[in-house]
Write a protein that binds this ligand. Structure first.
Ligand code: ZN
Length: 311
């Protein structure tokens, strides 16, 4: 490395100029971040997002098949469980302000029966595992899970995280420049940055603030579609119970603090009491029993296949 204390000039003089370049890169990164301000098309809020809603949609569409493969594959569209998820998702989209938004909402059911999780890609690709769906009892609970994920899309949480991490990338580049003693270290930077963006989407962790916002959207969309928003509390309880059975379910890694969220949901419902006509909807357990669906074996993920090959 270049910060060798015994280093002699002229390299020592070089450090000074490299630090100036590093400082300029950081300033440029900050400038980019601050200037990338967009008004959210649904909420009107000013946000630091570097890509357009149309770019979010294509990014989501492009990465959805890869994401499904990584997570062990999707159940086919002909499966009645997939149809139930898609029917519910489309119902919410068509009966709420989500329809007027620039995002393209599509709903996927992942075959994985062991993982309890749901997540959204930027632009509106939404996934739920069979492992979570089979724990849900009512349509209102399914509406709660899907509307929460739609909330992440509407609030552009993934795109915001990407902008923040882009700022982080500038810092990394700046540090790299300050520490490098040779030219041309920036080669292939764009490809690396894109690869790390996709990787970040897989490992995306939302903040508490993001979770609360998504929960509030979940409650709003549920009530707009006529489903009882109190079912969101039941969802949290189901998740907690699932967490007791095994180790931490995957959903708590991406969606932390169920107890805190239950408190916030209760506080919200106190301020916005649900109307008299909300419904729990059909019983999902009966629906799936009647359609005599069978547990599908989970396909190994790409990573697991690679690990098997290495053995
Ligand atoms: Zn969430």
């Amino acid at each position: 490395m270049s910060f060798d204390p015994n280093m002699q000039s002229p390299q020592q003089r070089g450090i000074g100029s490299r630090l100036i370049v590093a400082g300029l890169i950081i300033l440029f990164g900050l400038f980019m971040f601050m200037s990338q301000s967009q008004e959210n098309p649904v909420t009107g809020e000013k946000q630091h997002v570097s890509i357009t809603p149309a770019q979010e949609v294509s990014l989501g569409l492009e990465s959805a098949p890869e994401m499904a493969r990584e997570m062990g594959g999707e159940l086919p569209v002909s499966d009645p469980r997939t149809q139930e998820v898609q029917k519910m998702g489309n119902w919410i989209v068509n009966h709420t302000q989500a329809k007027k938004s620039p995002w393209k909402f599509e709903f996927h059911l992942l075959a994985d029966a062991d993982t309890v999780n749901a997540f959204a890609l930027p632009g509106g690709q939404i996934f739920i595992t069979w492992g979570l769906l089979k724990e849900l009892q009512t349509e209102a609970q399914l509406a709660g899970v899907l509307s929460h994920e739609m909330g992440h899309v509407i609030e552009r949480h993934a795109a915001q995280q990407m902008s923040k991490s882009q700022l982080g990338q500038f810092f990394i580049l700046a540090v790299g420049t300050a520490a490098s003693d040779s030219q041309g270290q920036g080669g292939g930077y764009n490809a690396t940055m894109l690869a790390s963006l996709v990787n970040q989407m897989i490992q995306l962790r939302y903040s508490r603030h993001d979770e609360s916002e998504a929960d509030q959207w979940g409650l709003k969309l549920m009530e707009e579609t006529g489903y009882d928003p109190r079912a969101m509390i039941e969802v949290m309880e189901i998740l907690k119970k699932a967490g007791g059975k095994s180790q931490t379910p995957a959903i708590f890694q991406t969606h932390p603090d169920p107890d805190l969220r239950i408190e916030q949901i209760k506080a919200y419902l106190k301020e916005h009491p649900p109307g008299p006509n909300v419904t729990e909807g059909k019983n999902l357990k009966e629906l799936f029993r009647n359609s005599s669906v069978q547990e599908q074996q989970r396909q190994p993920s790409l990573l697991e296949l690679l690990q098997q090959l290495q053995r």
